[in-house]
Design a protein around this ligand. Structure first.
Ligand SMILES: Nc1nc2c(ncn2[C@@H]2O[C@H](COP(=O)(O)OP(=O)(O)O)[C@@H](O)[C@H]2O)c(=O)[nH]1
Ligand SMILES: [Mg+2]
Length: 397
């Protein structure tokens, strides 16, 4: 098994240029090729070697900055965590490299904690999605407060696709979590308002690692059911929860079928006052709908529960169900397997993103792309032939 540290390591490759690192990288791949003879500790030493070249090029100021962030973060200081997340969110090339060095150190720290924890993950990652206004932030606030009351340390991260395109926010999370934001055992981080959705989801994954390194044992990621963000979030958490409000006539509409399939739990929100009756109806609709869907796991049947953030009804029961889910998944190894699979998906997402932008930026491709697109759209040339031609231009030196 390749350690989780391989991911930031591979991210480093794209930014490293000097010869000695390239040599280390080659050795890494040669060793991986001869996998049976390559021990885990040999591989680890290669990561360390590649990274140390990176570190060797740090200026004194950069080194001091990273030491300060690492020390503060692993010491559980919120300000250091916030600053570290800002570092992973940066678009600045050099700072991006520094962020990778920091992440690699935090990953090593977290792995050590997992080892001390009997190989089990040190934090539980909860993804929450649903249409705007479903009551996600209100719910996170109430659940978060319940958990900090039980001595958990809770962090809340947001992925907001609208903030990427318009700079506006559909989540409006900070303002809706006034109590949790003030709670010393909680850390609430709004979504960055710049960048692409791909970039934001990547930095959210990295922010999860940082929060775990800072000692938060419950990580909640909030997103809206708009664009593809909920699929990205489902791929970075241990349990994925869909929140549905009890309003409107055609409730099942507007919620993508694919995302219902991804849900481990469905929560019907606002089950209080006049809304209890429609909430019950929606609960039974979803319970039947889920029965028709393909089973995601043999060990877990998705459940539909009703909650109210206003009265607190159902919150404790929901948390008990989440713990049942977590404990079962830990015992069977499903949780660890899911995380390993997510790491691989993530690796391929990054490769696709980089490879595609490399392709698009190739001079010959840039010259021919618009013409090919026009030709394909008008039916003058088949998409297959156009792709062949562009790829040939890309491959030619
Ligand atoms: N009656 C009732 N209203 C709620 C409840 N939770 C949230 N709301 C209301 O629903 C609206 C949207 O809530 P919010 O948490 O911001 O939803 P989000 O967009 O999904 O994060 C707000 O006006 C809340 O006051 C609830 O449990 N009961
Ligand atoms: Mg919200």
């Amino acid at each position: 098994m390749r350690p989780a540290g391989a991911l930031p390591f591979l991210q480093c490759l794209s930014t490293l240029s000097h010869v000695r690192t390239v040599a280390a990288v080659r050795r890494y791949f040669q060793m991986s090729g001869s996998a049976p003879t390559c021990t885990v500790s040999q591989r680890k030493s290669i990561y360390v070697e590649a990274l140390s070249h990176h570190v060797a090029h740090l200026t004194e100021r950069e080194r001091t900055l990273l030491d300060r962030l690492y020390g503060g973060l692993t010491g559980g200081h919120r300000a250091s965590l916030a600053e570290s997340i800002t570092l992973v969110e940066t678009q600045h090339p050099r700072k991006k490299e520094l962020a990778q060095v920091l992440l690699q150190r935090v990953l090593a720290f977290r792995r050590e904690q997992e080892r001390l924890n009997g190989g089990k993950p040190v934090a539980f990652r909860v993804g929450l999605s649903g249409p705007p206004g479903a009551g996600k932030s209100s719910f996170i606030e109430v659940l978060g407060k319940t958990l900090t009351g039980k001595e958990h340390r809770v962090s809340v991260l947001a992925v907001d696709p609208s903030s990427c395109t318009t700079g506006g926010s559909l989540l409006g999370d900070k303002t809706r979590m006034p109590e949790l934001s003030r709670d010393m055992k909680a850390f609430v981080r709004p979504s960055p308002s710049l960048g692409t959705l791909g970039g934001v989801t990547r930095t959210t994954s990295e922010a999860i690692v940082l929060c775990e390194g800072a000692g938060y044992d419950i990580i909640m990621v909030e997103t809206v059911g708009v664009g593809q963000s909920e699929f990205a979030v489902a791929d970075m958490v241990d349990v994925f929860v869909l929140l549905i409000p009890p309003a409107g006539g055609d409730e099942l509409q507007g919620i993508k079928r694919g995302i219902i399939e991804k849900a481990d739990l469905v929560l019907v929100t606002k089950s209080d006052g006049d809304l209890v009756v429609p909430a019950r109806r929606i609960q039974s609709e979803y319970t039947s709908a889920l029965k028709l869907l393909r089973k995601k796991s043999n060990r877990w049947r998705p459940k539909v529960l009703r909650v109210s953030s206003q009265t607190g009804q159902g919150i404790q029961e929901l948390w008990d169900v989440m713990l049942q889910f977590r404990d079962g998944a830990l015992l069977s190894g499903d949780l660890q397997a899911r995380r390993q699979e997510q790491q691989k998906v993530w690796l391929w997402n990054l490769i696709q993103e980089h490879a595609l932008s490399h392709f698009r930026e190739h001079p010959a491709v840039r010259t021919g792309l618009a013409e090919m697109e026009r030709g394909v759209a008008q039916g003058d040339i088949s998409p297959g032939l156009a792709a062949d031609l562009l790829l040939r231009a890309y491959r030619s030196p």
